[in-house]
Design a protein around this ligand. Structure first.
Ligand SMILES: Cc1cc2nc3c(=O)[nH]c(=O)nc-3n(C[C@H](O)[C@H](O)[C@H](O)COP(=O)(O)OP(=O)(O)OC[C@H]3O[C@@H](n4cnc5c(N)ncnc54)[C@H](O)[C@@H]3O)c2cc1C
Length: 421
């Protein structure tokens, strides 16, 4: 490889742009190309389910950088042209338009796409929310009013329900858990979240799986539960989690298994890296493969990849972090809220909805959750770093975690952080 390799980043969004910016910031002088399938310049996704959907932000405000800053990057942007194949040995990427791009290093940052219901294709009134265009279409549908059913009781579903409720819609949130996000946050905190949604007027139809959709004349009329019940709907949002965008890499020889499988330095093969939602890398501290769908990881992993490309890399081993905003609650989660962890409130008061909860497994801290108490949650996380345990039960050393670079709180509106959507 030459001293200044040409780098091709596939996926021109949070992780892709952060890779390019980190390379330039750290002195990379080689060629830089960002290839994206969307026609838009890089934009941020967290505001899509919040400010953009609510209409408090014009969509342009979600753009990650101004045109001037993008120009200043000295990169070539190839937009609206999906990558369709990769030759990892020749390091060439072929696009849908037939263009072949060659580089010394290729970074895969193609993110994820929404999981859908088998019967939703071709049924008007059914939406997903991943892109700016999705957000515009969903907002237009919500503005016509009516009954909204959100299918999926995870982070994205709960955020959409909260935002739509704020717009005055009649909202039902459906899903199999007993409370929204129960599997991720445990029963205590998800119970508080359920209360919050109910108080604000969201109908919770939980504890039943969604079997499919009902429709008439090509338009959705309801959501069928496996109990046989049908929830009437004028608009449906399907928020059932996401699938890594690796289809175009089939036949490349890379290991694809719920994402692009990488080593501890986010390398999928010689000269091929992955970053962001699509990357499933070996987290040395936690002792296993990990794929995170959160905004902080998109940036931090991109920086780790840029470091490695420039020869200053080290194993990427962050403390996972995500946040979610629902109504007036900002919930922040540090660490790994292992299933079955015991949960105790260690600061604040659940009754006034300002508290910090500590998650412990076998008597040791594995995660910290702050509900409208960001500073206190972060302070506790710093104190408990040494007790963060890996999936297999051994310990992550505090020095190692700090060294791996868990960074400070977001400083700019574009520097957001996580949440498994
Ligand atoms: C509505 C919503 C709200 C969110 N809210 C939060 C939040 O509150 N907190 C939080 O921490 N996280 C949140 N997230 C998650 C966060 O936005 C993601 O973790 C982050 O966007 C991941 O960045 P990425 O660059 O890896 O992937 P993406 O942002 O998905 O970008 C990947 C890009 O690659 C493109 N692409 C895909 N295939 C190809 C191809 N073959 N060729 C070229 N380009 C391709 C995609 O179209 C996309 O533009 C939210 C996500 C969504 C959708």
């Amino acid at each position: 490889m030459t001293a200044a390799p040409d780098v091709l980043v596939v996926g021109a969004s949070a992780a892709g742009l952060a890779t390019a910016e980190a390379l330039r910031r750290k002195g990379h002088t080689g060629g830089l190309t960002l290839l994206g399938d969307e026609p838009h310049p890089p934009y941020d996704r967290p505001p899509l389910s919040k400010q953009v959907l609510a209409g408090t932000w014009q969509p342009e405000r979600a753009r990650l950088r101004t045109p001037e800053l993008l120009d200043g990057l000295g990169a070539t942007f190839v937009l609206g042209d999906p990558a369709v194949s990769l030759d990892p040995v020749a390091r060439t990427v072929r696009t849908a338009s037939g263009t072949v791009l060659r580089a010394d290093v290729v970074v895969l940052a193609t993110g994820v796409r929404p999981r859908v219901l088998p019967d939703q294709a071709g049924l008007a009134g059914v939406h997903v929310l991943r892109t700016l265009d999705d957000a515009a279409a969903l907002r237009a549908a919500l503005l016509t009013g009516g009954r909204l059913v959100v299918v999926g009781d995870g982070v994205l579903g709960a955020e959409v329900a909260a935002t739509a409720c704020g717009l005055g819609l009649d909202v039902t949130l459906a899903g199999p858990q007993r409370a929204p996000l129960e599997a991720r946050l445990g029963s205590l905190v998800s119970g508080v979240l359920a209360d919050l949604h109910r108080e604000r007027g969201v109908r919770l139809r939980l504890g039943a799986a969604v079997a499919g959709l009902a429709g008439r004349d090509g338009r959705v009329t309801g959501v069928r539960l496996d109990t046989g019940e049908v929830l009437p709907a004028d608009v449906v949002v399907v928020a059932l989690g996401a699938i890594p965008n690796t289809g175009w890499l089939a036949g490349s020889g890379l290991r694809l298994d719920d994402g692009v499988v990488c080593d501890a330095r986010c390398r999928a093969a010689d000269g091929i890296y992955a970053a962001g939602d699509v990357a499933r890398w070996h987290h040395e501290g936690l002792g296993g493969l990990l794929r995170l769908e959160n905004r902080t990881n998109a940036t931090e992993q991109a920086v780790a990849v840029a470091d490695d490309i420039l020869g200053a890399g080290r194993p990427y081993a962050p403390v996972p972090y995500f946040w979610t905003d629902q109504f007036d609650a900002r919930v922040q989660v540090h660490g790994v809220l292992a299933p079955g962890a015991s949960v105790s409130v260690v600061d604040g008061d659940v009754a006034v909805r300002r508290f910090v909860a500590l998650y412990e497994r076998d008597g040791e801290a594995v995660g910290v959750l702050g509900w409208n108490m960001p500073r206190q949650a972060r302070a506790l996380r710093q104190r408990l770093l040494g007790q963060l345990r890996d999936f297999a039960g051994s310990h992550v050393e505090p020095g190692k975690v700090e060294e791996a670079g868990f960074r400070r709180a977001p400083r700019s509106r574009t520097d957001f952080s996580e949440g498994q959507r």
